[in-house]
Structures are given as C-alpha cells and as structure tokens.
Design a protein around this ligand. Structure first.
Ligand code: 9MR
Ligand code: 9MR
Ligand code: ZN
Length: 555
C-alpha cells in the first residue's frame, strides 16, 4: 500500500528530474525559489491554462549534501502577481502552487484544526468533523498500575497515529500552541476552527488547548505528582478509536511529567485569566501543588515501560530542563522571588556544558520553553543580564542554523544527522528558532529563513513532496494514523504534519523498502506501515502552527 516516492526497486526513482516547489505557495513580497534536480538554462511560470507569465534564468547551486543531488535554482522573487501556477523547464513541470496573500490561510486552519480530530473521550460530530466523524472513545476508567484502584482520565488528544495520551508530549504540544497565541494573538483572533466551542468569545485555539488541559488536570495525583501516561497495554491494531476497548492503564508518575505539567498549567493560568478566572485559578492551584511536590522530591524519577507494554515510552535521562521550565513559568505567573531564585540557580548550575538545553524546544529536552518564559516575562526581579544572555543564545543558534541553510541546495537548515525520527519537527523547530532570533535581534533575515523552512516542509525538498496531508498535488496520503486506514475514507484528514525522512529507518517496513545508503533527505516513503517515517503527532503539528501564526502577521 502507499505510493513510493523514493528511490527504490519499484522504478519510481527519487532521481527522476523534478521541479520542487512549496505546494501551498509563496507570499507576494517574499523570496521565492524552486529547486530543479536537473540542468536547465531557463524556466517559465505558467498558469493553469498554460499561459506564460514569467521567464527567468536557472542558476547552478551545485552539490547538495543531504540529498546527494546536483541541484539548480529557479528564483522568481520578482514575480508578485497573485494566481495559481506551475514552473516548467526542460520539459519538466512542477506541481501547482499559488502566489498571493493568504496562501497559508487554509494550511494554518487545517494544522490547528487537526487537534480537534485528535480529541479523545468525545464523539466527533459531522457538523465539525465532516466525513471524519467517530463515536466517543476511551472513556472507561483506567486501572492505576502499582497503586490499584481506578480513575477517570478521559479526554485530551490522542498523541499520534496511536491512541495513547502521554503527559510530556501533550505538555510540549499544548505549550507550543499557547506560546503561539501569546506571541501572535492577532493571528488567532479571527481563526475560526469550527469546533463545538466556536463563537463563545474565547479564541478557538484556546478552547482547543483547554480540551487537553482538562484531561491533564485529571492526570495529577493528590500529592501533586503526575502520572506519565494513559494507554492500553499494547498498541491497538488499525481500528477506529471507539473500537479500541482494551483495558486502559495509568502508568506511574515521573518527575518529567510532573515538572512539565507544572510549567504548562502555570503558563495556561496566565493566559486564561482574561477569559475564565475560575479555570485560571484551578490551573494555578494545580501548578503550585506540583511545584511543592518537585521541591520535596529532588530526585530524578524517569520512566520505562513495564514488561509487556509496547506503547510509547517518552523516556528521558534528566529532568533538570523540565524543572527549569517549571520554575520559569511559576515566576512568570506569580512574580515570586523563590521561583526566580531556583530558575537562576538552574540557569547557572543545571546544564554544565550542555548549553543547547537552554534553547531546546521539546518534546524531550525542553529548556527552551523555560528560557522563553523568562525572556518574555516582565516581572520585577527578573535578571535582565540573564534574559539578555538567553536572547543572545537563541540568536547565536540562529546564526549557526543559517550557515546550515546556506549550505543546503533546498535552503533547509538541516545536516545529515538532523534527519532522524520526526525530522520535520526538527526542521520546523529550526523555523521557530529563526522567528525567535528575529524577534530578539530585529534582524529580518531570520524571518526569511523561517519561511524558507516552511517551503522545505511543503515540497521544496529532495522528493518534491508536501509533508502536510491535504496540501499539494504531490502530498503525503497514507499517514501512519489509525483512523486514516480504518475510516474507509480515501483522503486522509487534512492538516496532519508527517514525521518525515529518517535516515535511521527505525521500523521494519522502512528498512525493507529503503536501500541502505539512501541519502538522508530521501529516506522516506509514503506508506502507512512506516511509522518511523510517516506517523503524525501533536508535537509535530504545533511548531508548524507557530510558524504559520507568525506568517499570518507577515502577509
Ligand atoms: O502505531 C504505533 C506507533 O504509534 C508507534 O510510534 C510505534 C513505535 O512504538 O509502534 C506502532 O505500533 C506498532 C507496534 O509497536 C508493533 N506492531 C505494529 C504496530 C504498528 O502497526
Ligand atoms: O517522536 C518519538 C521519536 O522521537 C522517538 O524516536 C520514537 C521512538 O521512541 O518515539 C516517537 O514517539 C512516538 C511515541 O512513542 C508513541 N506515539 C507515536 C510517537 C511518534 O512516532
Ligand atoms: Zn480516544
């Protein structure tokens, strides 16, 4: 099953001549380039009727390391006329794309709406879900492993192609969405997601996040610690969520889950104050309780699956970054000195030589969100020298990423080793870092670089494929997402961000289908069985939502 877009025995070679363009399109005033994988002198831009609107010279970029290709560039930055077009050169034609204001509007709505489709514990009604309805799922009480007893932990979003719900992954995704709102509120004011809460006066993105938060609050124990995950013992087969009726289990607490929970609830408490005081107060109380637990328990409590369990682990080897984030958000929420003191202590002593932890945006290493909280808060007592040093660190990293992008024929700020499981998350977190660096330095070159990473995601890549379902003629159609297979509907739910190329080929189908030695950027097939390539997750969508929220203000 599935299309093979990559090099392989099937004759659908990755090395066919291609013109790779962003299949969502380009903003009129932005830099616009497409990449050719073959030599040509001239390229043309034609409309849907074949009429020519622009002609330009192709330039030779040279060897592109991550794809192994010799590539050529078609630059049409000066072409600003709105419309739908294709690029042609040497008898090859690109997929359709648009130039114009609002070319990312649908993409923004779709990637944000994806969370509604991932809701667990409620039925998805036709009014909101169109053809993608399903009945209420996973509402039975979960058995508490190791403690005995049962608890209601219904709600929240399914993590991914599987039906698990994991606290650290959820906290990362939800926090990135909340930060998107916090940094670019205007982008969300008019974003109508057509969800049950639409029209309530609360921005839809916040209602969607609340759906996750209400679940997460149920994952907290009375002593403030937080269960790591709720899943069945083994992954379900490819069935609809309401047909997955195996016993649910709540797994033991971890200090990462507790700290991430604390940070997320504190962040959310600040944001929801304006809309719902009682909810904000609940969040604050929950965050305080978890923080107290963290203060009493300095030891690292990691997570491993118990025997017989094969659902996601989300293990980590340190919780210092999670605690750093928690302290920052507690300080941002309350302004209390003891939280900033702990943040500053961890800033100095927490990471030894591992500087990168302070800018990492999750899901596992998440110190960057702590830094962001500290930078963005204007509380008295914040140490400006530290805030400035953190801004500099984001900027420094962006310069380093820029050097990667310059070396890439596709403009991707990625090196060989960046292409691991979920590489599109890496790519789009790099875009987020460019945006942050642009905000902190005022250097707008970083904003162009952020846009460039989006172009890579949407088709200006070695396989010319759009890694977001529903977008583009040459798009992913077979995500490792259980309902996509089980619902019997041909087209997948739109707006799901696919994991992407993964040179480590971590699943049996990928390693069988993709020859050893395939260049990293081509280690991808659009095949539903390849979960280490084309699964979807809540924390792969959130960086894309963030970048699109930023771009909504750029149009
Ligand atoms: O569907 C599962 C996916 O969400 C996970 O990322 C992946 C790795 O944990 O596992 C998938 O489930 C597979 C299971 O582990 C083994 N049997 C086949 C399942 C996929 O069809
Ligand atoms: O996204 C995770 C990736 O970074 C890991 O390498 C991989 C294996 O541990 O797990 C991924 O997370 C999966 C999770 O364990 C279960 N739900 C689906 C997630 C995406 O594949
Ligand atoms: Zn469910």
């Amino acid at each position: 099953m599935g299309n093979l877009f990559f090099a392989g025995k099937d004759g659908l070679s990755a090395d066919i001549p291609r013109i790779c363009a962003d299949q969502a399109g380009y903003l009129p005033k932005s830099c616009k380039t497409a990449v050719l994988t073959f030599p040509a002198e001239l390229f043309s831009i034609i409309d849907e009727n074949g009429e020519k609107h622009f002609e330009g010279a192709v330039t030779h970029f040279g060897h592109d390391e991550c794809s192994g290709d010799d590539v050529y560039i078609a630059d049409f930055t000066s072409f600003e006329r709105s419309g739908s077009y294709r690029i042609t050169a040497g008898g090859v034609t690109s997929p359709l794309f648009r130039v114009g204001h609002g070319v990312y509007g649908k993409l923004f709505r779709d990637t944000a709406k994806a969370y509604y489709y991932l809701r667990c514990g409620c039925d998805l009604e036709e009014k909101y879900a169109g053809a993608y309805t399903h009945a209420e799922c996973h509402t039975s009480e979960a058995e508490i492993l190791g403690e005995g007893g049962k608890v209601d932990v219904s709600g929240g979003w399914h993590d991914a192609g599987d039906y698990g719900r994991y606290v650290t992954a959820g906290a990362c995704a939800c926090a990135q969405l909340l930060y998107s709102y916090k940094m670019f509120p205007e982008a969300f004011e008019k974003l109508d997601l057509n969800i049950p809460e639409s029209g309530s006066g609360v921005p839809d993105i916040l209602s969607e996040c609340r759906y996750e938060l209400e679940w997460m609050l149920k994952m907290q124990r009375q002593d403030g610690s937080v269960y790591h995950k709720v899943t069945t013992m083994r992954h379900a087969p490819f069935i609809m969520p309401e047909d997955d009726r195996e016993q649910l289990y709540v797994f033991p607490i971890s200090s990462m889950a507790t700290a991430d929970f604390c940070a997320l609830c504190a962040l959310a408490a600040g944001i929801y104050q304006k809309y719902d005081k009682a909810f904000s107060e609940r969040l604050k109380k929950a965050a305080e309780l978890s923080y107290q637990w963290l203060e009493k328990h300095h030891e690292f409590i990691g997570f491993n699956n118990p025997e017989g369990c094969d659902t996601g682990v989300y293990g980590e080897s340190s919780d210092v970054d999670n605690r750093y984030w928690a302290a920052a958000e507690m300080f941002a929420l309350t302004g209390e000195k003891r939280y900033s003191a702990e943040f500053v202590r961890l800033y100095h002593e927490g990471f030894d030589r591992d500087d990168y932890v302070r800018t990492a945006l999750g899901y596992s290493i998440i110190g960057g969100l702590g830094s962001l909280a500290y930078i963005l808060c204007d509380r008295e007592g914040r140490e400006n020298a530290i805030a400035n040093a953190l801004k500099d660190q984001f900027a420094g990293e962006a310069y380093w990423l820029r050097d990667k992008a310059v070396k890439s024929g596709y403009g991707a700020a990625m090196e060989d080793w960046d292409y691991y499981w979920g590489s599109n998350m890496v790519l789009m977190q790099h875009a987020m870092k460019f945006i942050l660096a642009g905000m902190f330095t005022g250097n707008s070159e970083f904003y162009d670089l952020a846009e460039d990473q989006l172009h890579v995601l949407l088709g200006r890549n070695a396989l010319g494929i759009s890694y977001v379902t529903g977008i583009g003629e040459n798009r992913c159609r077979f995500p490792h997402y259980r309902p996509s297979e089980a619902d019997g509907i041909e087209e997948s739910i739109p707006g799901l961000v696919i994991g992407g190329p993964n040179r480590n080929l971590n699943d049996p189908h990928a390693s069988q289908l993709i020859p050893q030695g395939t260049p990293p950027m081509k280690c991808f097939v659009d095949n539903k069985d390849c979960y280490s390539l084309n699964e979807v997750t809540i924390y792969w969508n959130s960086p894309v939502v963030c970048v699109l929220a930023f771009l909504a203000g750029r149009e």
